[in-house]
Design a protein around this ligand. Structure first.
Ligand code: FES
Length: 671
């Protein structure tokens, strides 16, 4: 469809570097409307190449992509590997993909953008990348990009006692060199020493390398074993260099830890926002993207590349060479593991929601594109069902739920809430759509746990905030969102129905003036944590950080999903709250999540409050256990088989329980 209007391109002064502050002042963009004829004239001057491609440059780093004319800026950013946050999946509602236009022809500002962007921002050239089409070569400036290693790494949680007995082992061997009296082949010589044939999958590689390898080191070699099968031979004595990786692939974040196998010591960890996020924030949108032409390949390549980059980081941090990494153990939800293997998850989205596989699988790392030892392996922890994945099996392993004599509950609060209830006799699991609100997505000022994310909120006569790394506020992450909502309830700024009180209503119940001033009506009520004039980071310049009425509703829906699922599981098992020994809470929260606020917001029923245990990143812990212990790996397989999956939606009366759970608990004397 031809574009009616565009933005007049202006030229930058070439002698001033684009990323210098001076350049920015000198070249502050001016926006002019132009008419159809001007646009078509301008189109003739645009440097479209012969394939109809245009060039987009992203400052300050100068990354560049070529995309078809008419593409959205968000797509161009993805093509240039610029990781813009896109919480609403490009629906122009979250405002996270904001960029600043510098030069070149793009379409006019849309009504959706006018709802999100302040007029002063529009005047300064700010646009939503998901709403801006490219008409010629374009230069833009990005504000905040989701970068690797800037994520807060979850504090360590529970870890059961266990004995290190890793499937991965190395053994140093001194072979006898061949003589006329002993003319055995190189392969026979190796097989004789290790007492077994080489693993079939690696045989060809071994045969090609053996002659040179053996003779270069005077027949002194180290054999690498996985589950007692020899997977490779290395030159010399390397038996002390034995490492593996535990990987937690969450829909929102990826956490990768390098482990020394003999000691079990965690040498280095790196975390990042899942690189697939640019293709969709939740599993359903990623499944949808995977069905588009080339979509599955793009998703697989994004996560494989990210894993390789994170491996580079942990190797650099620890000084370990990547050729000494022999196994990578993956804990991920069922969709994530399908995408990692390039296996279509399409049927997970349609009734009867069937996965292609749910077993524990061991594959060659090289064939998956994972850059560790050439004969390294990748082990995928088994899943329970399509929506209760290997990350939850790892979680059960981490808290030892399979050995619990008394009923206990594991609640993993993420975009999908996953719950397991039971004891060693019977485990039942379910999942519920909690939505991404508590991972900082679909919330007006939500963010993942990056430096500057507000992670702790106290509201007294004034508002006291704590941000990650004490950096200037950029948004609110999961624990900060729960804190804020709990505090709004405690102070009576929100009613238990989830309705935010207007300034007048709040003052009428005796609310403090200093807090009333923070309640603003922008067509929708919001409570400001940081006023627009107080924001100091470029990403939020002149934009307040707040929780809106709509955000409150998102949290309410998440809370209703989790609370009603807990109730259904207890009913299903015929066990009331007084009999529940422990409630383990895992999830993507910062370290400041507070029990009292989980109770005040009603995520966990008050009767269970005393028994809440924060379990940390149980998916990562479970992956470490599977890496270091054959017994634990076997237990993971058994847990996956014996846990019953329970479909919430077929439970009689589930809808009523859900709606009953929507109201928050009563927290303020006015109610
Ligand atoms: S506004 Fe562009 S991705 Fe949300």
């Amino acid at each position: 469809m031809p574009m009616k209007l565009g933005l007049m391109p202006i030229r930058l002064m070439p002698s001033v570097p684009l990323d210098s502050p001076r350049a920015w002042c000198l070249n502050k963009p001016m926006i002019h409307r132009i008419h159809d004829e001007e646009l078509s004239k301008m189109g003739q001057n645009q440097s479209l190449d012969s394939n109809g491609m245009v060039k987009v440059v992203f400052y300050p780093e100068g990354r560049m992509s070529k995309v078809p004319k008419g593409s959205m800026l968000l797509a161009a950013a993805q093509a240039a590997d610029v990781n813009l946050e896109a919480s609403c999946n490009g629906n122009s509602t979250c405002g996270k993909c904001k960029i600043q236009w510098i030069d070149g022809a793009v379409t006019e500002v849309t009504p959706e953008e006018r709802k999100i962007l302040h007029p002063a921002e529009i005047e300064s050239g700010y646009r939503l990348a998901c709403a801006t089409q490219i008409l010629g070569d374009v230069t833009v400036r990005i504000g905040r990009e989701i970068k690797q290693t800037t994520l807060q790494i979850e504090a360590d949680g529970l870890k059961p006692d266990f004995v290190i007995d890793a499937p991965l082992q190395k053994r140093y061997l001194e072979l006898t060199p061949p003589t006329l009296d002993d003319p055995a082949t190189d392969l026979e010589r190796v097989v004789r020493a290790i007492g077994q044939p080489l693993a079939k999958g690696n045989l060809l590689m071994a045969l090609r390398n053996l002659p040179e390898l053996l003779r270069a080191v005077d027949f002194k070699v180290t054999a690498v074993f996985e589950e007692d099968q020899c997977i490779g031979i290395e030159a010399g004595d390397t038996h002390n260099e034995c490492y593996g990786i535990a990987l937690d692939i969450g829909t929102t974040t990826v956490v990768l830890t390098l482990i020394e196998i003999h000691s079990g010591v965690e040498l280095a960890t790196a975390a990042a926002a899942n690189a697939q996020g640019k293709y969709g924030q939740d599993v359903i949108s990623r499944i949808q993207f995977s069905t588009q032409a080339g979509g599955l390949k793009q998703l697989r390549e994004a996560i494989v590349q990210q894993i390789n980059e994170l491996i580079t980081i942990v190797c650099r941090k620890s000084g370990v060479k990547r050729e000494y990494l022999y196994e990578l153990v993956v804990a991920g939800n069922t969709t994530m593991t399908h995408l990692l293997l390039g296996v279509s998850p399409e049927n997970l989205a349609h009734s009867p929601y069937v996965a292609v596989f749910r077993e524990g699988i061991s594959l060659g790392a090289a064939e998956m594109g994972i850059q560790i030892s050439p004969f390294g392996l990748v082990y995928i922890i088994p899943s329970v069902a399509s929506y209760v994945g290997g990350d939850i099996v790892a979680g059960m392993l981490a808290i030892g739920l399979q050995h619990s004599a008394s009923p206990a509950l594991l609640v993993d609060i993420g975009t999908n809430g996953e719950l397991v209830f039971g004891s060693r006799d019977d485990l039942v699991a379910c999942s519920c759509a909690a939505g991404p609100a508590l991972e900082g997505m679909n919330i007006s000022c939500g963010t993942i746990a990056v430096a500057g994310a507000i992670e702790k909120v106290d509201i007294g006569p004034d508002v006291v905030l704590q941000t990650i790394d004490n950096q200037p506020g950029v948004g609110i992450c999961g624990s900060g969102i729960i804190d804020t909502v709990a505090e709004l309830l405690r102070k009576g700024i929100s009613e238990r129905s989830g309705r935010m009180r207007s300034r007048k209503d709040f003052l009428a119940i005796g609310g403090e003036d200093s807090l009333a001033e923070r309640i603003k009506d922008h067509g929708e009520l919001r409570f400001e944590l940081i006023a627009a004039e107080s924001t100091t980071t470029p990403a939020r310049e002149n934009r307040a950080i707040f929780i809106s009425q709509k955000d409150l509703r998102q949290v309410q829906l998440a809370k209703a999903a989790i609370a009603s699922a807990i109730e259904v599981l207890m009913k299903e098992k015929g066990i009331n709250a007084s009999k529940v020994a422990q409630v383990y809470v895992a999830g993507a929260f910062g370290k400041h999540l507070r029990k009292e606020n989980l109770l005040r917001t009603g995520f966990i029923p008050a009767e269970l409050g005393e028994r809440i245990v924060f379990a940390g990143n149980t998916a990562k812990t479970g992956a470490i256990l599977c890496l270091l212990s054959k017994e634990m790996r076997l237990e993971a397989e058994q847990i996956a088989k014996k846990t019953r999956y329970f479909e919430l939606s077929v439970y009689p009366g589930y809808d009523q329980l859900f709606f009953k759970a929507i109201a928050f608990p009563s927290s303020h004397p006015s109610e």
